[in-house]
Design a protein around this ligand. Structure first.
Ligand code: GLY
Ligand code: MN
Length: 457
C-alpha cells in the first residue's frame, strides 16, 4: 500500500469533486471457477484499491459526503477462516492503513443505504462489470441487473483523478514495465523453431511470477499475430514464422505494464517480414515523436495510420492519397485496432467506467470500422500513461470479406494483396508517460527494430 495520506488525499479530492450524496464502492468478491471454493485468482476492483487500498474480498465501502463519514463494511475473520486461511490483521487495522477509522459489519450496509434513500439523498455508484456485483446492487438498492444508472458525476470524478498519475504511481507503473520488458527479452532470447507457443507463454509468465507480480492480462503468444487477441497456444513455431507476444506484469500494488513484440522464429527476419516490420516501426516512431500535452491522441492515431498507408503503398498493396485513404477508413484493412489506451491499475485503464469518458472526455466515438476501436482520442495531458501499439495485420477473412466487392478499391490494391494473405501480423508496443513538454518511455527498453531483435536471437 501507499502511505495513509495518499488514500486520504484521493478521497478528499473525490468528495470535493462530487460535492454531495453518498458514494458507494462495491468491492470484488471471490469467484468460483468450477465450484465455490476453487476460485479464480482474486483481484480487487481497481477503484476500490485506489481509494481504500484493501486487496481483500468481501468488502464494500461508502463515502457519505454530507455527513463526513467514510466507512468500510465487512466482517472480521471467524475462527473457521483463521483455521483455513491463517490469521490476519483485523479489518479495523487494515482499514486504518488507508486512514479509515470506521468499519461496520457487512450486514449494516443495506440499512445504511435504506436510510440515505429514505432521506431523499443520492447514492452514487459506478458501472458494474461482474455479475455478482450486479446482484449486490439489486439487493442493496433494488436496481435490476441491466438497468443500472451509474452516476456520471462519480464516474467523471474518479476518471479525472485516476487519469493523472502521481509520481508514486508512475514509479509503480515503471516497476511493472521493467518486469514486462524482461518478459519480452526472455522470449526473444529463448524462442526456437519447433517450440510450442505455450512454452514461450509459460516462460514469460514465470518471469512475472518470479518477480512477485501477476499478469496484467492473459498472455498473447501466437504465430497467428493477425488474430488480435489470440489466447490459444498450441501451435508449433515453424521456420519462417514470427511469434507475436503481447504480455505484461502487474505489481502487487495493482499497477500494469503492457508491451508487445514480434519475434522471428529463426535468427533473422525474412525480406518480406522486414518490409512490413519496418512499416510498423515507422508508424510507432512517428506516433512516439508526436506525443506531447495538448495533442489530441486521435491525431497521433491518424499520423500512425497514414504512415502505415504510405508504407503499404510502397509495398504495392495500397494506393491513392494517404489522407483520403485514412479518412475513408481504408487503413483499417491492415490496422483495424486503435493506436493505444490509457494504462494504470487496469491494463486498459478504467475501461469498466466507460471508454467514452476515459478516452473521449464524454464526446461521441466514431462508428467507422477500425476507428471505432480507438480507445483513446482526447487531447493528451501531463500525467497520462498510455500505450503505443500500432500494428500491420493481414487478416485473410477480412481480405475476403472486403475483397468480395472490392470495398475501398480506390485505396486497396486487391490484385497485389492476395500474395500477402498468409503473412500474419506485426505489432510492437511500448508504454509512455506524458510529461510537461513531451513523453517519456516507461521501463526498460525492449528491442524494437528487426536489427535489435536479431541481436538477441
Ligand atoms: N495488451 C492487450 C491489449 O492492449 O489489448
Ligand atoms: Mn495494449
Amino acid at each position: 500500500m501507499f502511505s495513509t495520506d495518499t488514500y486520504r488525499q484521493r478521497r478528499a479530492a473525490l468528495r470535493k469533486a462530487v460535492g454531495s450524496g453518498v458514494l458507494l464502492f462495491l468491492g470484488n468478491d471471490e469467484l468460483g471457477m468450477n465450484y465455490e471454493d476453487n476460485t479464480y485468482d482474486y483481484r480487487q476492483d481497481s477503484s476500490f484499491l485506489y481509494f481504500f487500498g484493501q486487496p481483500y474480498a468481501g468488502l464494500n465501502a461508502i463515502i457519505d459526503i454530507d455527513n463526513d463519514r467514510e466507512i468500510i463494511f465487512g466482517d472480521e475473520l471467524s475462527i473457521d477462516h483463521i483455521v483455513w486461511m491463517g490469521n490476519q490483521p483485523t479489518l479495523h487495522e487494515k482499514a486504518a492503513l488507508a486512514g479509515i477509522t470506521e468499519t461496520l459489519p457487512a450486514a449494516d450496509l443495506k440499512p445504511y443505504l435504506d436510510k440515505v434513500v429514505a432521506g431523499g439523498r443520492k447514492v452514487h455508484y459506478l458501472p458494474t462489470y461482474r455479475g455478482d456485483n450486479k446482484i449486490k446492487l439489486f439487493n442493496l438498492l433494488g436496481v435490476k441487473p441491466g438497468t443500472e444508472q451509474p452516476s456520471e458525476e462519480f464516474i467523471r470524478a474518479v476518471i479525472n483523478l485516476r487519469n493523472h498519475k502521481t509520481d508514486e504511481e508512475i514509479a509503480e507503473i515503471e516497476k511493472a514495465c521493467d518486469v514486462t520488458a524482461d518478459m519480452h527479452i526472455t522470449a526473444m532470447k529463448m524462442l526456437r523453431e519447433g517450440m510450442r507457443e505455450y512454452e514461450i507463454a509459460a516462460a514469460v509468465e514465470a518471469v512475472a511470477r518470479s518477480r512477485g507480480c501477476r499478469l496484467s492480462f492473459p498472455t498473447i503468444a501466437t504465430v497467428n499475430g493477425q488474430t488480435l487477441h489470440n489466447h490459444a497456444y498450441h501451435n508449433i513455431v515453424k521456420p519462417g514464422d514470427m511469434l507475436l507476444l503481447d504480455a505484461g506484469a502487474e505489481t502487487p500494488e495493482g499497477y500494469a505494464g503492457d508491451m508487445s513484440s514480434t519475434i522471428c522464429a529463426g535468427k533473422k527476419y525474412t525480406r518480406h517480414q522486414k518490409d512490413v516490420y519496418d512499416i510498423q516501426v515507422a508508424a510507432h516512431r512517428a506516433a512516439v515523436a508526436a506525443l506531447r500535452p495538448g495533442v489530441p491522441f486521435v491525431d497521433v492515431y491518424e499520423l500512425a495510420a497514414r504512415t502505415i498507408v504510405e508504407g503499404l503503398t510502397d509495398l504495392g498493396v495500397m494506393r491513392g492519397n494517404p489522407y483520403d485513404a485514412v479518412a475513408a477508413g481504408a487503413h483499417a484493412m491492415f490496422f483495424p485496432t486503435g493506436l493505444g489506451h490509457m494504462m494504470g491499475m487496469d491494463v486498459h485503464d478504467m475501461e469498466s467506467l466507460g471508454e467514452v469518458f476515459v478516452g473521449y472526455d464524454g464526446k461521441p466515438k466514431s462508428t467507422q470500422f477500425g476507428r471505432k476501436s480507438l480507445r483513446l482520442a482526447r487531447p493528451l495531458e501531463p500525467g497520462f500513461v498510455l500505450t503505443i501499439e500500432p500494428g500491420v495485420y493481414f487478416i485473410p477473412e477480412l481480405i475476403d470479406y472486403w475483397g468480395a466487392n472490392r470495398h475501398l478499391g480506390d485505396f486497396i490494391n486487391y490484385d497485389r494483396l492476395d500474395a500477402w494473405r498468409d503473412f500474419s501480423g506485426v505489432r510492437n508496443e511500448e508504454d509512455y508517460l506524458i510529461t510537461a513538454d513531451g513523453a517519456r518511455r516507461l521501463g526498460k527498453k525492449i528491442p524494437l527494430t528487426t536489427e535489435e531483435v536479431e541481436a538477441l536471437r
